[in-house]
Design a binder for this molecule. Structure first.
Ligand code: FAD
Length: 307
């Protein structure tokens, strides 16, 4: 029951001011976010690479309503690419971007976001790394997949995310598997209406397996974005049946969630990529992490009383 309430709060400016305004929130945010500065993200990335993991970096930001902020977000990513190249880690550290951070919700937002992300994708490609377009709420899916299709003409390594909770995703998986694309499959983290999305966890999980089977049997590169032990075991089995080698797909997990499992999979020869968010605009990301696991609220509450 708490999940939908937290997801509603994720979109509320009033709650944002309350939560983000208290320094008491900080230690809990630190569990999920690498820090506010680029230097923090690079430090975390170094530590993860040293453990045999790979990384995808998210410079936090979303739902931009000011064109200047969209440009600043783009420039922040361009600086990030320069830093990855300078540190010589671009091949092992990719980028994840949200098109709403690049202006997708503005008037003419589709074209603005496309232009902004195209600059980042070109810079990333020149530096030897790649970009995956995160997927946001269902109203953005057509626009995001159209941008993804266009970007792939010059940069086929650009990744997309599909969310198994959406009814449409099975068809999208089929299309992207045939197109040979890199696809991160996730369950989905937004509050979606029953007209477009499965509401029961069991249905979302079953849809995940159907989509995963399509991706594993297809021509693309599946990126298994989940911490769910059952889905991870099923992914291994489906990959084996499809004759995929260990470098022909990868597991992805979020920074701060099931760290031991991340290391265990890597030690068994799997490719594991950790999604590392950093920056000051952490509120929406943080609230989605609380909503996924309301037990996190206990952790949050305990940190408030033990200070
Ligand atoms: P769950 O059943 O939710 O979790 C399985 C187990 O993982 C839980 O029992 C618990 O042990 C652990 N766990 C999961 N979440 C948490 C948490 N918040 N705190 C503590 N433990 C937890 N969603 C999108 O909508 N768009 C995206 O672009 C997107 N990108 C993602 C990128 C990556 C690399 C990953 C891993 C997830 C991404 N997500 C995205 C989020 C995703 O949709 C799910 O909300 C999230 O992964 C939780 O689902 P799960 O598959 O881990 O399964």
């Amino acid at each position: 029951m708490l999940g939908p309430v937290l997801l509603a709060a994720a979109g509320s400016d009033h709650v944002r001011r309350l939560v983000a305004g208290t320094p008491l929130t900080r230690p809990v945010v630190d569990r999920f976010v690498a820090g506010e500065e680029l230097a923090d993200a690079l430090h975390t990335t170094d530590g993860l690479l040293d453990q045999g993991l790979t990384v995808t970096l998210d410079r936090l930001g979303e739902s931009v309503t000011d064109p200047a902020q969209a440009t600043r977000n783009r420039d922040g990513y361009l600086t990030l690419v320069d830093e990855l190249a300078a540190a010589g880690i671009a091949e092992r550290a990719e980028l994840s971007v949200k098109l709403s951070a690049f202006g997708q919700a503005l008037p003419d937002g589709h074209d603005i976001a496309h232009r902004n992300v195209a600059r980042v994708v070109a810079a990333a490609s020149a530096a030897g790394t790649a970009v995956t377009l995160d997927m946001e709420d269902h109203r953005t899916v057509d626009s995001t997949l159209a941008v993804h299709r266009a970007l792939r003409a010059d940069h086929p390594e650009t990744g997309a995310v599909l969310q198994s909770y959406l009814f449409r995703s099975e068809e999208d998986c089929r299309a992207l598997a045939a197109a040979g694309a890199r696809v991160r499959l996730v369950k989905g983290a937004y509050r979606e209406p029953a007209e477009v999305a499965f509401q029961r966890r069991a249905e979302v999980d079953l849809a995940y397996v159907r989509c995963l089977r399509l991706l594993m049997d297809g021509d693309g590169y599946p990126m298994v974005g989940s911490h769910d032990p059952r889905l991870i075991a099923i992914a291994e089995e489906l990959a084996k049946r499809a004759g995929r080698a260990a470098d022909d797909y990868e597991f992805q997990m979020l920074f701060g969630i099931r760290d031991a499992e991340q290391r265990r999979l890597a030690a068994r020869g799997h490719r594991v990529r950790v999604y590392v968010p950093y920056g000051t605009d952490w509120y929406g990301y943080f609230m989605r992490r609380l909503a996924e696991r309301p037990a996190n609220l206990t952790f949050f509450a305990r940190s408030l009383v033990t200070r």
